[in-house]
Design a protein around this ligand. Structure first.
Ligand SMILES: [Zn+2]
Length: 399
């Protein structure tokens, strides 16, 4: 979850007071609008540059109903925005989001490095040495298990060290998450010696050998029957995996080493198909294309919802249940009388829509109206949104 640093000095800072005076609002209101800007920027202006946005976008991001030009001028005057040759920038953005930016950069670098490690045959060498035995607990990992505790992954012994044969070991997910971004010593864990495997001399694997086991040396360890079943290597994998089938997607995602967690396999395509089958067939807009953005939203929602509902949110069945609730809700089906109907995007783009749906807020039309409005308030501003365009005109503008 993304977050910014919010200094207690903001409340009394002359800049904040200047902004409040300029806009004719209270200091707490100014603080609120500023936070909306910063939170929004975490997603939509990660480098702090607002060059691609106009005053209306900024006002929308800040949930500012007044004059957008006046707002931007006040922000510049107070020192929260800088006017540069390349357009507006958020002042001292790194101070607010520096840690997050660094974290993201580290995570991205680690992912690139791991992909390179697969391409360079480093991972093959690690597998040749460790087989399918977790180097921390000694149990046999299951390479087919893409998210359970017994599933296999690779651990950086020194979390800040390079992705080399010496620093990578086969590891079960259970040990991997227990260890986190710590050294074995820091985590109070012991690194077991590798099996009887020898590191292969050939460093570049044959790209035609696609994880069928033939590119691994003969294995002499007997604790496991998994040796003939290594995972497909990650060659040519892209972060969003194109249209790979769900079953393949887990295999093409390198583990998210930086955060110590493993990227979950989310059956994006199957979830989309279930929407079309359940809600599309009932008259709601069908999803034709699962764009990268939609995949990202779906991933974000799954990750979030897993905290409340557990691992089941990564299954199509769980989403089918959600879609049946959509279909069972008169409000979602358009009975609200304002011409609004639920869409796939509405459901996945907002943090609270699914939760409120499950809690039954949309079961009765009257309740649904309130829930809808609350969801709208939490909707991250600054994006084009057809769902809410009509709503803003009618409800939001109270016409
Ligand atoms: Zn283990």
């Amino acid at each position: 979850m993304a977050w910014i640093e919010s200094h207690q000095s903001l409340k009394d800072h002359p800049k904040t007071r200047r902004l409040a005076r300029r806009l004719g609002i209270s200091v707490p209101a100014a603080i609120g609008h500023l936070h909306c800007l910063w939170w929004w920027a975490l997603e939509y202006a990660q480098d702090g540059s607002l060059a691609q946005y106009d005053a209306d976008d900024i006002a929308d991001a800040m949930m500012w109903d007044g004059d957008s030009q006046q707002l931007v001028q006040a922000l510049v005057h107070a020192g929260f925005l800088d006017e540069t040759g390349d357009g507006l920038r958020i002042h001292d953005w790194r101070d607010y989001a520096g840690r997050l930016i660094e974290q993201r950069e580290r995570a991205a670098a680690r992912k690139r490095e791991m992909r390179q490690a697969y391409e360079d045959g480093v991972i093959d060498q690690v597998r040749a040495r460790d087989g399918s035995i977790c180097r921390y607990c000694g149990k046999t990992v299951n390479w087919k298990d893409r998210r359970g505790p017994d599933g296999g992954t690779y651990d950086h012994i020194d979390p800040n060290g390079p992705s080399t044969v010496d620093n990578l070991v086969v590891c079960c997910r259970s040990c991997h998450s227990r260890k986190g971004a710590r050294t074995p010593q820091e985590a109070g864990m012991r690194l077991l010696p590798p099996g009887k495997h020898q590191v292969r001399s050939r460093s570049v694997p044959d790209p035609n050998q696609n994880g069928t086991g033939t590119n691994l040396p003969t294995v002499t360890v007997t604790q496991t029957g998994e040796e003939n079943n290594p995972p497909p290597p990650l060659r040519g994998a892209s972060p969003h995996g194109g249209d790979a089938r769900p079953a393949d997607r887990g295999a093409t995602n390198p583990p998210d080493e930086q955060s110590g967690r493993v990227r979950r396999m989310i059956p994006h395509e199957a979830i989309k198909d279930a929407w079309n089958e359940i809600c599309g067939a009932a008259g709601l807009p069908r999803v034709q294309v699962l764009s990268a953005k939609r995949r990202q939203y779906l991933t974000a929602r799954c990750t979030e919802l897993a905290r409340y509902f557990g691992e089941q949110v990564y299954t199509v069945d769980w989403w089918r249940g959600v879609f049946h609730r959509v279909r069972g809700s008169p409000f979602c089906m358009g009975a609200g009388g304002r011409g609004w109907r639920a869409t796939f995007d509405w459901l996945i783009e907002r943090r609270e829509a699914v939760v409120r749906l499950i809690e039954g807020h949309y079961d009765r039309v009257a309740d649904a109206q309130t829930a809808f409005e609350r969801t709208r308030e939490q909707f991250q501003p600054g994006r084009t949104d057809e769902d809410f365009a009509g709503w803003r005109k009618r409800g939001g503008g109270s016409t």
